[in-house]
Design a protein around this ligand. Structure first.
Ligand SMILES: Nc1ncnc2c1ncn2[C@@H]1O[C@H](COP(=O)(O)OP(=O)(O)OP(=O)(O)O)[C@@H](O)[C@H]1O
Ligand SMILES: [Mg+2]
Length: 275
């Protein structure tokens, strides 16, 4: 009630007490349980100097043991590059979509996937690679497929029945998760927060939780201190120096946002007046 008064858009879980937060958040077996670099990256490539690649090369593997893993860290540390390479190595289209999507608007993805080995511990029934930056192209591809005459039901039906282009960025993003993500799946999300208002971001948390309860795994690159609060998630912090697991409340995202919101005037004073 409190939350719904505060933000009426938030979608609450179905039924009273639908989730037991004490329940194990650990899946029996994750679909992707680890990633490692299995062949050297060409020294002439920019990838060779990318922090995430340097550290992954030194590490034995990066383990995904929780149902939800976040990749966090400064801009440019390689979160999207790693997520994209995992997605492509797993068989997803580099620009996003399901595993059967095959559109390409520009060949800009790196060849890091060729150097990765994923440990696949179970087979998902569903999957999606969602990237905020090329979501427009994913929506166009769905419209193009639906424009081809066929006896099959329109694809857009499984995306809420309305062209994603006829909804706002945030609405279409959430419609996709709500209607297309079916559970028992692997979902790779790159900055899903980009389109979402705070209340819709909280709705996304509810959806993620429902899907996790339905045997799904998420790997999410994010800057959102709301999203990365998901309980029992593994938060991997990527930096120039290393990749390490951190507590949510120790992330810079949490600390800095909290300090800002606690006293915006003070922070603005430091930022704008320089003392
Ligand atoms: N084709 C390319 N040639 C050279 N450098 C590239 C190329 N593509 C990406 N990079 C560099 O790789 C680095 C990592 O990019 P990436 O998009 O993975 O960062 P990120 O951690 O996802 O950042 P953000 O938080 O801003 O999304 C960046 O510094 C980027 O400039
Ligand atoms: Mg990125």
């Amino acid at each position: 009630m409190y939350l719904q008064r505060l933000a009426p858009h938030i979608r609450m879980p179905k039924g009273k007490g639908a989730f037991d937060l004490g329940e194990s958040f650990q899946m029996q077996r994750n679909y992707i349980s680890s990633v490692r670099i299995s062949s050297p990256v060409d020294e002439a490539s920019y990838l060779h100097e990318l922090p995430v690649v340097r550290h992954l090369t030194q590490m034995k593997e990066l383990v995904f043991s929780k149902a939800v893993t976040f990749l966090v860290g400064e801009n440019g540390t390689g979160k999207s590059t790693l997520l994209e390479a995992i997605a492509v190595a797993y068989g997803f289209n580099a620009e996003g979509g399901s595993r059967n999507f095959s559109f390409s608007t520009s060949e800009t993805h790196s060849d890091l996937h060729r150097h990765l080995t994923l440990t696949k511990s179970a087979f998902p029934k569903d999957g999606f690679f969602l990237r905020a930056e090329s979501f427009y192209n994913t929506a166009s591809y769905i419209d193009e497929l639906d424009a081809i005459p066929t006896r099959q039901p329109h694809i857009v039906a499984s995306y809420g029945g309305r062209s994603l282009h006829k909804q706002s960025h945030g609405e279409s993003f959430l419609a996709l998760v709500q209607n297309r993500f079916g559970g028992n799946g692997i979902y790779l999300l790159d900055e899903p927060e980009a389109a979402l208002s705070p209340s819709r971001l909280m709705s996304l948390l509810v959806h993620i939780h429902e899907l996790v309860q339905n045997n799904s795994q998420f790997i999410i690159a994010s800057h959102s201190p709301i999203l990365m609060a998901y309980p029992e998630a593994e938060v991997y912090h990527l930096s120039e120096d290393r990749i390490c697991s951190v507590d949510y409340k120790d992330t810079e995202h949490y600390q800095l946002t909290r300090r800002f919101l606690e006293n915006p005037e003070r922070m603005l004073h430091y930022l704008l007046e320089g003392n």
